[in-house]
Design a protein around this ligand. Structure first.
Ligand code: GLP
Length: 253
């Protein structure tokens, strides 16, 4: 199977396609383990899942969730913490069992141990059935920045300067952006049974093209996805603009 790539006319169409993947697995395997991502890209995916829960009874009651990452130094109630993001955009609006929703604990005294425990927790839940990913403009997935090894596991990381700059748009000032995070590693992500990467907008075009068609290299951590058996890149036209023709992305109109 390898990498499949589908290009949609708009961000909304691409988001609905990802919501379809998540809805399907929730119906086929009600006790599924979902790997979830944050950032601006998946917001419409979560909004669509909430609509489907409200209008068609999409059921999260048996599902477990593991988020990719969390900033170090932000309490869960901080407006930019990923815990708050998930509560606002998904968990607080669907019938998921909150005891089965997980984010890395970045408030522990021993962050290294906390990261190891998260890795163990993901694996002891049976691994992730469907992992949702975004991509950073530098090719990061989760907070696995350029330079990350393929065998990396959940751990404490320093954010790249370009990521701090990019994510400063969510904060009053760049100085407020945390410098560290706990993130699942590349090997944690690759152990998911199925991976769906959503990328939209021109700013992602370089990273997407390198991930799909460039060499598999630490310089673009998303390129390690080429080593996975079941990855689906879901793109809009802008994010797909630099993908070479030989990649044969299918297009929907
Ligand atoms: C963040 C997150 C990633 C996310 C990426 C892109 O820093 N850690 O999981 O995929 O950056 O974010 P956005 O969707 O806002 O462009």
């Amino acid at each position: 199977m390898g990498i499949q790539c589908t290009v949609y006319p708009s961000h909304d169409d691409a988001s609905r396609a990802v919501a379809d993947c998540i809805s399907t697995i929730l119906r086929e395997k009600p006790t599924c383990v979902l790997g979830l991502a944050t950032g601006s890209t998946p917001l419409e995916v979560y909004a669509e899942l909430v609509r489907r829960h409200q209008h068609t009874g999409l059921d999260f009651a048996g599902a477990s969730t593991f988020n990719l990452d969390e900033y170090v130094g932000l309490p869960p109630e901080h407006p930019q913490s990923y815990a708050r993001y998930m509560n606002e955009h998904l968990f607080g609006q669907v019938n998921v069992d909150r005891d089965r929703t997980h984010l890395p604990n970045t408030r522990a005294d021993d962050l290294g141990q906390s990261a190891q425990q998260y890795e163990t927790l993901v694996r002891s839940a049976g691994g992730v059935d469907l992992q949702l990913l975004g991509i950073g403009t530098n090719g990061h997935i989760g907070f696995n920045e350029p330079g990350t090894a393929e065998d990396s596991v959940t751990r404490v990381v320093d954010l790249a300067a370009s990521t701090i700059r990019s994510n400063s748009r969510f904060f009053e000032d760049e100085s407020e952006v945390p410098r560290q995070a706990i993130t699942m590693g590349i090997s944690t992500i690759l152990s998911a049974r199925k991976i769906v990467l959503l990328a939209t907008g021109q700013s992602k075009a370089d990273a997407v093209s390198a991930a799909l068609s460039g060499p598999v290299t630490r310089d673009n951590p998303a390129s390690f996805l080429q080593n996975h058996a079941d990855v689906h890149f879901v793109l809009d036209e802008a994010a797909a603009a630099l993908v070479p023709g030989h990649c044969r992305c299918s297009r929907t109109t």
